[in-house]
Design a binder for this molecule. Structure first.
Ligand SMILES: Nc1ncnc2c1ncn2[C@@H]1O[C@H](COP(=O)(O)OP(=O)(O)O)[C@@H](O)[C@H]1O
Ligand SMILES: [Mg+2]
Length: 325
């Protein structure tokens, strides 16, 4: 609950904040293929923004253009109010990025990897290195060689590198990709902490569950096109629906009972015999009372929410082609 409130406060504050990242008709064509197709996005300072889409949707291509690593075929990107194509040198010191895997010296320690970056950046103190090591939870392992790190630790070291010069805007391309569940939780905690420090975070993923607990808003990209931009709660929210389980064999009868109600017309069973039903006026308590009175005391009742695959099907009418966790 506390995080929800924080998210809302942050979202409200962000609505009037200056724009951190804006794409205007951003387009990238590779031969016949439109990798990014007239993308219009606006991310405000202080937002934690999720950039979601299946593999091949155009996320990395968009991020590369936002960082000025490749040139758009058409359109433009503004970072902190300046055009990336013309003002890249002024913009880059204010941006930290991790695109795909970080480039690490495996035979150096984590700390020495950071020192190497600090040397090329200039003006980064040893104290700042300590700070970022603390932030990404690598204190204690910082003197070990990177080759002994887990994938999650390497990814966090990559984020530490992106943070060294204390950027206002962080752009992270699938930072949780390939991590095990524990690594994903650690990455999520880290991004949450960055958000709490007031950083603007733009994070891409092909897995909705990775970003849903940290992002205020998400954009969904499919085949280079923007499908939707929405508050995460709106996107995967329960929409007044609940998932109800019963003792074995009772779900079918409960479904029939619910369907006879004016509010229950859209009720259905999920494959595993779980009832998904909209509650009267959206109130779980009312649904619970109805079911109990009708003789179907639920085992469990919980707000219904969709995974990315289901959101995709609903919004685009086609599969994302991805298995979301
Ligand atoms: N350098 C390139 N040359 C040709 N096609 C590319 C290149 N980079 C990406 N693409 C294509 O552009 C599309 C978007 O790719 P990408 O941005 O990597 O997607 P995502 O990061 O969402 O997985 C894909 O169809 C990919 O094959
Ligand atoms: Mg990618």
């Amino acid at each position: 609950m506390a995080t929800e409130t924080t998210t809302q406060v942050r979202a409200t504050r962000a609505a009037s904040a200056p724009v951190a990242l804006r794409t205007l008709g951003l387009t990238k064509r590779y031969g016949e293929r439109l990798a990014v197709d007239h993308l219009d996005l606006e991310i405000r300072q202080g937002e934690v923004f999720g950039f979601l889409g299946p593999n091949g949707a155009g996320k990395t291509t968009t991020i590369r253009m936002a960082l000025g690593l490749i040139r758009p075929t058409d359109g433009s990107v503004q970072v902190l109010g300046r055009d990336v194509a013309s003002d890249r040198a002024e913009i880059l010191p204010k941006v930290g990025a991790l695109v795909e895997q970080p480039a690490l010296y495996l035979y150096l320690s984590g700390r020495d990897n950071l020192r190497a970056i600090a040397n090329t950046l200039g003006g980064v103190s040893e104290r700042r290195i300590d700070e970022v090591l603390e932030l990404v939870a690598l204190k204690g392992r910082d003197d070990d060689r990177v080759k002994t790190y887990s994938l999650g630790m390497k990814q966090r070291l990559g984020v530490a590198m992106a943070l060294l010069h204390d950027p206002d805007l962080l752009i992270l391309d699938e930072p949780a990709n390939g991590l095990d569940p524990a690594g994903i939780v650690e990455m999520r905690d880290l991004l949450r902490q960055l958000a709490a420090q007031g950083k603007t975070v733009f994070v891409s993923s092909h897995v909705l569950t990775e970003v849903r607990q940290i992002c205020d808003r998400v954009a969904i990209l499919s085949k280079g096109k923007l499908v939707t931009v929405a508050d995460i709660d709106t996107l995967v929210g329960s929409h007044g629906a609940f998932r109800v389980t019963f003792e074995p064999g009772r779900a079918t009868e409960a479904l029939a009972a619910a369907k006879r109600q004016p509010w229950g017309a859209s009720a259905r069973l999920e494959a595993d015999g779980v009832l998904v039903v909209t509650a009267p006026d959206g109130h779980g308590r009312e649904l619970n009372l109805f079911l109990v009175n009708a003789g179907f005391a639920p085992e469990t009742i919980a707000p219904y929410s969709e995974d990315l695959e289901a959101v995709f099907l609903r919004l685009t009418g086609e599969s994302s082609g991805d298995t979301s966790r």
